[in-house]
Design a protein around this ligand. Structure first.
Ligand code: PLP
Length: 473
């Protein structure tokens, strides 16, 4: 491929991206294709001879794009909305151009060092103390897996060498999280071979926060029954309703029983960048590890999760290996990120995060997060004051609103059906996209605000759509 062809196609691609982001609202947020349609529209095998870049860009536009649900659309309110900011996209683009692999310090010193610098910046932005070691992973699911692997290592049972199966000296290990914790905790427990039944779901209070007294009782009962508690995973910003577990109380209980505390702040952690919201992360500085996802609410393109721990040596004990072909002359004086997890090869993810933090600064980031929370409160106000059966179903702690249409006289099953129908109608219209959950058995709609381009008008449009859908069903 001649370099000039690449230059021309790349310029065209960047122009396309800029137009796309500027006019995203003209596209339906949620893809309308039927299952299998994209696959059916594509050739079943790779071409024998190379094709020109323009042909690929054309097919990307005409065939692939209809199968895209637009997370960059300001009307994206499903799951946890996220977005790629301009500086984040630039960082991703440049990283692809360089194609550096930071598996060892020496294989690209800047990859390792910028990762450490940017994660130290992020730690400071969140108002956390010294002593945290950070590494970037692809997702919170992997970050939590690493944290629990380190917790198991820290328990001193030599699982690395001896494994867990068939050992008479191996107690059953237990991990605790709230009944509202994300399924990534379950997956980590399963993948580590701890056994899903050894993840104890601690009951929550009426505001969906893990109950410390219930945690204490569960741990004590387990110890009495011969189990060995090894870790507790409180959450700051639960997936269904962004409730905040009492991390400080959890840490106190966990410490008394020798447990590692890993805080799942995948979504909610960035609220600590907003001075008046920092209290939501209270207690995290005393934990052993936590995860926060810049690819959720820090305007950084997928994927970028950060796992911080005070005990990087436990990660090393769990994962470090040094075959001959990876020995380097600088290994004793440098951090080699391959030592802290499963992956060897490492993308240059910190570049985009660094560019986001530089472009917006602490104040710019805080301002946007604060604005999203203001929008969420305003939307909650609209729901609350609307006569005719709308209700809030959880407190608004961050930028997520849980609500539903529940006119009096309808059974719970009818309310669930009505809200599913409302959501389907709104999502089919194309201007907004919402998702749902169940709170204590109640079917609930979720409006999650987190896109950097979301404005008041997009939230108002969603609300108008919701009301007209309710009127129509
Ligand atoms: N933890 C929480 C609280 C989440 O809400 C999510 C996803 O939404 C995750 C963990 C998993 O995130 P990831 O997709 O990065 O694995």
């Amino acid at each position: 491929l001649p370099p000039d062809d690449f230059r021309a196609a790349a310029h065209a691609a960047v122009d396309w991206i800029a137009d796309y982001l500027e006019h995203a609202t003209q596209l339906p947020v949620k893809s309308r294709v039927q299952p299998g349609a994209i696959r059916a529209a594509l050739p079943t095998s790779a071409p024998t001879k190379g094709e020109p870049l323009e042909a690929m860009l054309r097919d990307f536009r005409d065939t692939i794009m209809p199968g895209i649900t637009h997370w960059n659309h300001p009307g994206f309110f499903a799951y946890f909305a996220n977005s790629a900011s301009y500086p984040g996209i630039l960082g991703e683009l440049l990283a692809a151009g360089i194609n550096a692999n930071g598996m060892l310090w020496v294989t690209s010193p800047a990859v390792t060092e910028l990762e450490q610098v940017s994660l130290d910046w992020l730690r400071q932005l969140m108002g956390l103390g010294d002593g945290w070691f950070g590494q970037i992973t692809d997702t919170a699911s992997v970050s939590t897996f690493y944290a629990l692997a380190a917790a198991r290592e820290q328990a001193g049972l030599d699982v690395r060498m001896q494994g867990m199966a068939g050992r008479a000296d191996m107690p059953r290990l237990r991990v605790y999280c709230s009944e509202h914790a994300h399924s990534s905790i379950d997956k980590a427990v399963i993948a580590l071979g701890l056994g899903h039944e050894n993840l104890v779901k601690v009951p929550a209070d009426e505001n969906f926060r893990m109950r410390p007294d219930a945690l204490e009782s569960a741990i004590q009962a387990d110890i009495a029954a011969g189990f060995r508690p090894i870790a507790v995973v409180p959450c700051v910003g639960t997936t269904s309703m962004t409730s905040v577990d009492p991390v400080r109380a959890v840490v106190r209980i966990a410490r008394a029983h020798g447990c590692w505390v890993h805080v799942d702040a995948a979504y909610g952690g960035v609220t600590a960048i907003v001075p008046e919201m920092r209290h939501l992360m209270d207690g995290t500085d005393d934990a052993d590890s936590f995860v926060v996802n810049p690819h959720k609410w820090l305007f950084t393109p997928m994927d970028c999760s950060v796992m911080y721990t005070k005990h990087p040596e436990a990660l090393k004990r769990a994962f470090a290996l040094l075959p001959e072909y990876l020995i380097t002359s600088t290994q004793d004086e440098t951090v080699n990120l391959m030592d802290y997890g499963i992956q060897l090869g490492r993308r240059f993810r910190s570049l985009k995060l660094w560019m986001v933090m530089r472009a917006y600064g602490a104040e710019g980031i805080a301002e946007r997060i604060r604005f999203h929370c203001d929008l969420a409160r305003d939307f909650a106000g609209m729901v609350h004051f609307e006569s005719g059966g709308w209700e809030l179903t959880a407190p608004v702690t961050m930028s997520l609103v849980c609500f539903r249409y529940a006119p009096s006289g309808l059974s719970e099953a009818d309310i669930a059906r009505a809200n599913a129908a409302i959501m389907e109608r709104v999502n089919a219209d194309g201007r907004a996209y919402l998702s749902h959950t169940k709170l204590n058995g109640k079917y609930t709609l979720r409006l999650a605000i987190g896109n950097i381009r979301t404005d008041r008008s997009h939230v108002e449009t969603a609300w108008a759509e919701l009301r007209s859908a309710a009127a129509a069903i």
